[in-house]
Write a protein that binds this ligand. Sequence first.
Ligand code: ADP
Length: 260
Amino acid sequence: MSEANQRLMEQGSKLQAMNAKLTETDRLKSEFLAVMSHELRTPLTAIIAFAEILLAEGETLSSLQQEYLQDIFESGHQLLSQINDILNMSKIEAGLVQINYNQIDIQEVLNHLMHSISPLLSKKGLMLSIEIADIPPIVADREKVTHIFRNLISNAIKFTPDGGKINISATLVNDQEKLSEVVVKIQDTGIGINKEDQKHIFDKFRQVDSAESREYPGSGLGLALARNLVEMHGGRIWVESEADRGSTFTFVLPVIAKGC
Ligand code: ADP
């Protein structure tokens, strides 16, 4: 073998070793983030629960105290949902995610979510309409489907100025050729997204870089995670939007998820 070939082989195995080390470092980083986010969730959940207990005391508190508690409750929820996004994304990247299939009722998932979402809606004076067709229970992971809904609805609330409208609909599509699917649409009258930005918003950490979008806090993980979770169920997700006219996010889930 020539000297040049020998050198090429040595460089090749060095690159292979470096690549393996980088993959391992990346896995350890994701594992660290998963553990950390879990540790952060525990005290935060307690803060939210105690704020809720105190809020339930109602009349014994002054209106200023109630207002402060409401702020603790809402900010706590916001922080918890961002930590949940980091936790879930790092778990997915560390290969630690499992899907727990259950029979779930879309209407029931939404009812449950309304508890944390209603205060945000009324604070901005947003009108919400929900239209759920007659849909049988679907076989999917309840926690993950809730997470998809939460991320899309919180975005709709976040990016819709005061007084706007949000519509959530779910319909059943029966196709002879394929398995039945549930089509969910979350439509808002918010700031919208231009065509160029629509190509990137489902990527990790990507946020629209405009003066309007920058006004709103966020980690840029919500949609990437929603896409991951939808695809894990064998579904798909997309956006249709026009700047200043609002957005419609649609996701489709098979009634019986892939791999069941
Ligand atoms: P973030 O934490 O920033 O909300 P996401 O991944 O959920 O991260 O969303 C990525 C970006 O897509 C947002 O920063 C925003 O620019 C844009 N976006 C998402 N949903 C909407 C929406 N309903 N209306 C307008 N822009 C949106």
